[in-house]
Design a protein around this ligand. Sequence first.
Ligand code: NAD
Length: 427
Amino acid sequence: MDPFQNAILFLESIRKYINPDLVKYLDRLKTPHNVYKTTLKVGKNSYLAFRSQHNNALGPYKGGIRFHSQVTESEVKALSLWMSLKCSIAGIPLGGGKGGVVIDPKKVNVKELEEVSRAYARFVAPHIGEHVDVPAPDVNTNPQIMAWMLDEYEKIVGHHALGTFTGKPLEIGGSQGRTKATGFGGVLAMQYLLNTLAQDKKYEWAGKPKSQITIAIQGFGNVGYWFAQIASDLGYKVIAVSDSKGAIYVHDGLDPKATLDCKREKGSLAGCYCVGGVCDLKKGKPLSNDELLELDVDILVPSALESVINSQNAKKIKARVVVEMANGPVTPEADAILHKNKILVLPDIFANAGGVTVSYFEWVQNISGWYWKEEEVDERLDKLLKKAFEALWQEYQRLKNVTFRQAAYIVAVNRILTAEKLRRPTS
Ligand code: NAD
């Protein structure tokens, strides 16, 4: 189904829960404020490019730029809407935006990639700025690409403007703690939930010692790896991880750093059964990606792709909690099945908001010219996400029969619509 239409349908499904004095503004979220598109010409090649600015009632538009062969206008619009909600639930003063270029970065050389990045910056330059719209990396874009875009943008405006892009290299205004922020935020989110559930007899399991809380993670890239590493450092038992080539299972709990080193050396996770710094073929076994999702674990963490838990496999999910680190890993049909089976889902707009929150910190540091230590970044992230969780939990408890996803949307939408009402009550 069309991703943007899907997002709109979900918004409609929570209409009845929106504050009565705000609901008349809900339709304002159904159309992005601006959608820019063009064809970037680089040498003999052409690339379709988009920037969607969804809503800026809470602050400047904010959102990544995706380089992928499957990028569509509808996907970029849907992602920009989710960014509005993500910034709102995280309690940061930013709106929602997203960009995309239809390109397979693996098929172009570095020179071409730089030219495409600079062409994209020229395309969006009239529409972005520190206080207008602040892009960042997303799928297949990285700090180097942000550096090229920033450089091109500054040439056009004729002055430094570090706060116009986030996710930059540390040397040119990036923030400490950004690389691990999404995974770290996800572990914090999981911990707030476990600590809260543990107070309720119904969820006694959540109070088990950390070393007995089992975790399976799909995806071992930036998000999956950091989730595994931080959870493991805190004492949780990560028993399975996967990448695009397959999954591994280590009964005693795996060592994420040694596993990553082993994967880098061998090119895949296969056989990387590493415990306490030692990798030994006897300590684990291979699994398929489907088997990982269906493991009987306490926490399942999809950190790779969208729609991996769907109507085909939702009934087979045995985890007690799903922490959505990827964007949109659970389809609407699967969400209903998980809810029926009493599996709690921490929704993406909250669970993976650590990344955009530290991007916000980067923006604050760039604007103020005052840079923070990593511990300071981590501490501020913990404070903001904890506050966000408390609001989400309160709404979840107050409304009783809603899912976490609905509760998160309701909190986020009410905040944006309150700003809409204050700014433009009658237009
Ligand atoms: P990444 O490219 O670093 O890692 C993706 C991982 O998924 C890789 O290990 C890859 O091998 C694995 N993978 C691909 N196909 C798979 C499959 N079929 N089964 C199992 N694993 C598979 O990407 P990332 O930055 O870690 O992002 C992962 C997800 O998190 C994406 O959905 C992204 O939109 C979302 N996200 C990322 C951030 C961030 O700050 N990086 C923030 C918010 C959301």
